[in-house]
Design a protein around this ligand. Structure first.
Ligand code: TYD
Length: 208
């Protein structure tokens, strides 16, 4: 049986990832594909510990946080009920809101980037995506979206951190080079133009 595709959406907080991911999933379903939408951190108990740290309720060191994201990601791949591997093997496309690229860009600032990359890329339980779509928007428009959609800000949701994280993403993409299929989409445009570009990219990987 043909395996499903594994596609990851990445971007800064407020880049419009959630909206684009939903539109993309809808389009695939319209085309008759079976799609499973998922996100990291997951709803697991480790995911709960991560959310407490992101909310600033519990303080965690960047290395500790990297390890929690790693454990959550392994669970996300292998759990037999709704793990990524299970769906891919059943021929279902998996679309994931954030993945290890976020660990590299967010935790890779305060923790050693090489160590965080090795933990994730070197772990054979963690699948490599067929495609990573990075939604790139400038810090100011992301910040406006955060302000209009949330009451409380998480630890990374301030302009200074976001600027560092954005440049870290690009550094990481450079480091990864051709070993990963990463496509950068300009997200500072109207919603339909951005989603049309995403579909075009998807069609180009399906032909491969
Ligand atoms: P986000 O997609 O913004 O979810 P929500 O809309 O529920 O806030 O992701 C939550 C945060 O987690 C985001 O600030 C990025 C961070 N994050 C990491 O720092 N490392 C990781 O490995 C992942 C997956 C997310």
């Amino acid at each position: 049986m043909e395996k499903g595709k594994f596609i990851v959406f990445e971007g800064l907080d407020g880049s419009g990832k959630g909206t684009q991911l939903r539109l993309f999933a809808e389009e695939l379903r319209r085309r008759g594909r079976r799609v499973y939408e998922t996100a990291e951190p997951t709803a697991s108990s480790t995911g709960g510990m991560i959310r407490d740290a992101l909310g600033g309720f519990v303080q965690r060191d960047a290395y500790e946080l990297s390890a929690l994201f790693l454990a959550d990601r392994i669970f996300h791949n292998v759990n037999p009920k709704n793990g990524i591997r299970k769906f891919i093997d059943e021929g279902i496309d998996v679309i994931c809101d954030r993945y290890y690229y976020s660990s590299f860009a967010y935790q890779g600032i305060d923790a050693d980037l090489g160590w965080v990359m090795q933990l994730n890329i070197g772990c054979r339980e963690i699948l490599r995506p067929d495609l990573c779509i990075f939604l790139d928007a400038d810090i100011d428009s992301c910040d406006e979206r955060i302000s209009s959609s949330r009451l409380d800000r998480e630890i990374y949701e301030n302009k200074q951190a976001q600027a560092r994280i954005r440049s870290r993403f690009f550094e990481v993409f450079d480091k990864l080079g051709d070993s990963e299929n990463i496509k950068i989409v300009n997200a500072a445009r109207d919603i339909p133009s951005v989603s049309a570009d995403i579909i075009k990219i998807y069609d180009s990987i399906k032909e491969k």
